[in-house]
Design a protein around this ligand. Structure first.
Ligand code: 5GP
Length: 134
């Protein structure tokens, strides 16, 4: 069965997509730790990040860097925190989190539950920075 992220990639379920190329996608986490929490995902459905072959792993990091740069401009913060967990969704992904304190990276904390409209506003802001013509 395809992962929930593959279903977002295939547009079978909605996602607030901020960036995409042939091999990667980035979209907002539906239950963010902080506003702007973004997931960067390879389209190839591999569970464990470190099982990606070297080339795919490096390209995913470069794609993440581009998204992180835009995210930092869109969501003023001290920096973008990076985390890999993967205990919930078995399709590897990188969490990019706009942080102002260590606690912003605390995955044990209750998550936020933003409205679709709130997610749309943030996704548009990030997309605009990545592609000002969008
Ligand atoms: P992890 O697998 O790294 O432990 O966590 C998976 C992350 O994916 C969680 O932060 C969770 O909120 C997010 N997530 C789970 N299901 C969906 C979904 O259907 N859409 C989006 N955008 N995010 C999801």
């Amino acid at each position: 069965m395809p992962s929930i992220f593959t279903r977002i990639i295939n547009r079978e379920i909605p996602g607030h997509i901020v960036a995409e190329d042939d091999h990667h996608i980035a979209f907002l986490d539906i239950n963010p730790l902080v506003p702007g929490h973004t997931l960067v995902v390879p389209k190839l459905e591999v569970d464990y990040l470190f099982d990606l072959e070297d080339g795919a792993f490096c390209k995913l990091q470069l794609f993440s860097k581009k998204v992180a740069d835009a995210l930092e401009q869109a969501m003023p913060c001290l920096r973008i925190g990076v985390s890999v967990i993967g205990l919930e969704v078995p399709h590897c992904h990188i969490h990019l989190i706009p942080i102002n304190s260590m606690d912003d990276m605390n995955f044990s904390r209750p998550k936020l539950n933003p409205t679709q409209d709130e997610l749309t506003v943030i996704a548009n802001r990030i997309r605009q920075i990545l592609d000002p013509r969008s």
